[in-house]
Design a protein around this ligand. Structure first.
Ligand code: G3I
Length: 435
C-alpha cells in the first residue's frame, strides 16, 4: 500500500462506508426519486466511500463540499437508518463541508425586524452533525437578499444596531460550530465610481465604509472560533476588469489587516465560464499576496457556466470538466487554499438552471451542466476532474507521518514561511521507513 492509498484508507474509515442497500424513498416536498438501477448508477465507476470527493479531499487534508438547501435533505430518513433520497445521499457521501445556499441570508432569517426564523439553519447544523460535516456560514452582511422590511425600516440611526444585533444573534447562536463565516460579501464594485471602489450598498449608504470593520469586529465577538472571511466574485481572471477588481479586493484586505481587524480568510467565489479567458498567473499571485498576510483562501462557490458554449451535453460536460481541471490544478498547489466548495452538488439544483437571466439561459434552451453530478445524480466528467485534481495537486496527509518534521522544527510565526522539505538536499536525513 503506498502513502496515498494508506492516507485514503485512513480517511474513509473516518467517513463511513458507501451506501450499499439504500432504500430509495420519496422526497415528499419535491419529486419522487429514481432507484439507482433506474438511472444506471450501478454501472458507473465507483464514486462513493473511498472513491468520493470528500475522501479524496480528506486524503490531501482539504475539506471539500458544496452549497446545500437544508429543506431538501431527508434528515428524518437518515435518522431512521438511511435515506434513499438521491440529494440527501449525494450530499452525505460527497461533502465534508457544507454551506447554505440561501438559508442563512437576511431575507431567510429575518421575517420581520424583531423576529428570526432559524428552522432551516438549525436543520443545516443537525444534518451536518449527522453526516460529520463542517459548516460554512454565508453570509452576515450583503447588499442582496435583504428582507422587504429593510428598505423602509433601516435608517442611519438604527443601522449599526441592526447589523451588530443580527451578527451577535446569528453567529452567536452557532458559535463554536462554524468553520468559517462569510462576514462581508461582495463589498467591492468599481462601476459604482467611489474612490475607494466600495459598492454603494445599503450598508455603505447607511453606515459609511466603517460597516465592514464593524461587521468583522461583531463576528469576532460573537464567534471567536470561526475563521472570518471576506468573500467576492469576478476576481479570478486576468482580464482588465477582473485584475482591477482583484487589486481593489487586495487593497481592502490589506487595509483591514493593517488596522488589526479580525479577518482570517478570503473567499474566491469562482463562478467560472466554460469558454473565454481562464484564470491564470494573476490569481496565483493574489493567493500568494493573501498568504503573505497570513490569511487562508477558500474556493467558496465553484461552478462552470456554459450559457454561451455551443454544443450538446457531451460538449458541455467536457468543457466544464476541463475548466475544473485547469482551475483546481492552478489553485490547489497553493498551500493556503484550505477548502473547496461547489455551488450545489447536482445540475438538478443549481442557480444557473433556476435563473432566467441572459447570462444563465442557453440559446438552445438546454439545461446547464455546471456541477460534479448531473441531473440524475450520476457523476459527471467534472466529478472525475475534481477528484484527479485533489489526487495530483496536493500531497497526501498521513496521520503521524514519520516523514514530517517534529513540531520543534516547524517554522514558528508565519505559517507560510519557507521550510526545508524532508528528503531535499541539505535536509536532515529521515529514518528509513515503509508504509
Ligand atoms: O424563496 C423564494 C420563493 O418563495 C419564491 O417562490 C421564488 C420565486 O422566484 O423565489 C424564491 O427566492 C429565490 C431564492 O433564490 C431561493 O430560491 C430568489 O428569488 C432568488 O433571487 C434567490 O437566488 C439566489 C441568489 O443567490 C440571490 O440570493 C440563488 O438561489 C443563490 O444561488 C445565489 O447565490 C449567490 C451567493 O449567495 C453569493 N454569490 C453569488 C451566488 C450566485 O448568485
Amino acid at each position: 500500500m503506498n502513502r496515498r492509498e494508506f492516507a485514503r484508507t485512513v480517511a474513509v474509515l473516518g467517513v463511513g462506508s458507501a451506501f450499499s442497500s439504500a432504500v430509495f424513498a420519496r422526497d415528499k416536498k419535491h419529486k419522487p426519486v429514481a432507484t439507482p438501477a433506474d438511472i444506471g448508477l450501478e454501472t458507473q465507476m465507483p464514486f462513493t466511500g473511498a472513491d468520493s470527493l470528500r475522501v479524496h479531499g480528506a486524503t490531501v487534508g482539504l475539506p471539500v463540499g458544496c452549497a446545500v438547501v437544508p429543506e431538501r435533505v431527508d434528515l428524518s430518513g437518515e435518522q431512521a437508518g438511511g435515506s434513499g433520497d438521491l440529494y440527501t445521499r449525494t450530499v452525505k457521501e460527497q461533502a465534508a463541508i457544507v454551506v447554505a445556499e440561501n438559508a442563512m441570508k437576511w431575507s431567510s432569517l429575518r421575517p420581520s425586524i424583531d423576529t428570526y426564523d432559524f428552522a432551516a439553519t438549525d436543520k443545516l447544523f443537525a444534518c451536518a452533525q449527522q453526516f460529520s460535516q463542517l459548516v460554512r456560514g454565508h453570509n452576515l452582511c450583503w447588499h442582496e437578499q435583504l428582507p422587504k422590511w429593510f428598505a423602509t425600516t433601516a435608517t442611519r440611526q438604527n443601522a449599526r444596531i441592526l447589523l451588530t444585533d443580527h451578527i451577535q444573534t446569528v453567529a452567536g447562536r452557532y458559535a463554536g460550530r462554524v468553520h468559517s463565516w462569510d462576514v462581508v460579501n461582495e463589498a467591492v464594485h468599481i462601476p459604482d465610481g467611489r474612490p475607494d471602489c466600495l459598492r454603494k450598498s445599503p450598508w455603505l449608504e447607511l453606515l459609511g465604509p466603517g460597516y465592514i470593520e464593524q461587521a468583522f469586529q461583531s463576528a469576532a465577538k460573537a464567534d471567536p472560533q470561526a475563521r472570518l472571511t471576506y468573500n467576492d466574485y469576478d476576481i479570478e481572471l486576468d482580464t482588465a476588469e477582473q485584475v482591477a477588481k482583484r487589486g481593489q479586493v487586495l487593497m481592502l484586505i490589506r487595509r483591514l489587516h493593517a488596522r488589526g481587524v479580525p479577518i482570517h480568510a478570503v473567499g474566491i467565489q469562482s463562478h467560472l465560464q466554460a469558454n473565454g479567458p481562464q484564470p491564470g498567473a494573476g490569481l496565483v499571485q493574489f493567493i500568494r499576496d493573501v498568504a503573505a498576510l497570513g490569511l487562508e483562501v477558500y474556493i467558496t462557490e465553484l461552478d462552470v457556466n456554459t450559457h454561451s458554449l455551443e454544443g450538446g451535453p457531451d460538449v458541455q460536460d467536457q468543457a466544464v470538466a476541463a475548466v475544473y481541471k485547469g482551475y483546481l490544478s492552478l489553485v490547489l498547489p497553493e498551500p493556503n487554499v484550505k477548502a473547496v466548495l461547489t455551488w450545489g452538488i447536482s445540475d438538478a439544483h443549481t442557480w444557473l438552471n433556476e435563473s432566467k437571466q441572459p447570462w444563465a439561459l442557453r440559446p438552445d434552451g438546454a439545461r446547464q451542466r455546471p456541477l460534479p453530478f448531473n441531473d440524475n445524480y450520476a457523476p459527471a466528467p467534472a466529478f472525475y476532474a475534481m477528484r484527479n485534481a485533489f489526487d495530483y495537486s496536493r500531497m497526501p496527509v498521513v496521520p503521524n507521518d514519520i516523514t514530517a518534521p517534529p513540531p520543534s522544527q516547524q517554522p514558528a510565526g508565519d505559517p507560510y514561511a519557507p521550510f526545508t522539505v524532508p528528503g531535499s538536499p541539505g535536509a536532515p536525513q529521515s529514518p528509513p521507513h515503509s508504509i
